[in-house]
Design a protein around this ligand. Structure first.
Ligand code: IMP
Ligand code: MG
Length: 172
């Protein structure tokens, strides 16, 4: 594995995102919704950096199965989400790659009558692909490599690393 982003850099960036979100949502009814399982570390750090009253919920989305590093069919379950009707929602995910996951989540939250839905991710994989949607908040842009740590997994491992690392050939 090759380390890409150290724990201290992540913490500084999350603090900065928290300040930005605090400024943007002052006086608005905010619900932070994390996408399980990869966003759990970011959600727990980020909500403690947002100095506003807020609600927290989780939903489940997964498109990787086991050892796959290319996405399969997207499975989405928003039944764990609190009622978002009339509330601003900030959807938090670990990484924005093709954007399929966040676009699908946002569509469902709009259907559940959230008033304004934005996305926040730690990592944004830069690709040439055209997409019709981009995250409103992001921490770091990274190259198109498979990364683990700070919530991100490969075959359900490495989520608890405090830094982000790229897997190398021998790691798969
Ligand atoms: P998207 O729908 O293509 O944007 O993919 C986003 C989802 O795929 C994220 O929620 C991650 O769980 C997963 N994912 C994408 N790239 C990686 C990676 O490099 N490492 C681990 N998980 C990834
Ligand atoms: Mg995920």
């Amino acid at each position: 594995m090759r380390r890409l982003i150290e724990a201290e850099e992540i913490q500084a960036k999350v603090a900065q995102l928290g300040r930005q979100i605090t400024d943007d949502y002052r006086g608005r009814p905010l619900t932070v919704i994390g996408v399980l399982t990869g966003s759990m570390v970011l959600v727990s750090d980020l909500i403690r950096r947002i100095e506003l009253p807020l609600r927290v919920g989780m939903i489940q989305a997964s498109s990787y199965r086991g050892k796959a590093t290319v996405p399969g069919e997207l499975a989405l379950d928003i039944s764990l989400s609190p009622d978002v009707r009339g509330r601003d929602v900030l959807v938090v995910d670990d990484i924005f790659d093709t954007g399929r996951t966040l676009a699908a989540v946002i569509e469902q939250l709009n259907a559940a009558q959230a008033s304004r839905v934005r996305g926040a991710v730690l990592l944004w994989k830069e690709r040439r692909l055209e997409r019709d949607w981009e995250p409103h908040y992001f921490g770091f842009k990274i190259p198109d490599v498979f990364v683990v740590g700070y919530g991100l997994d490969y075959n359900d491992e490495h989520r608890s690393l405090p830094y982000v690392a790229a897997l190398e050939d021998g790691d798969f």
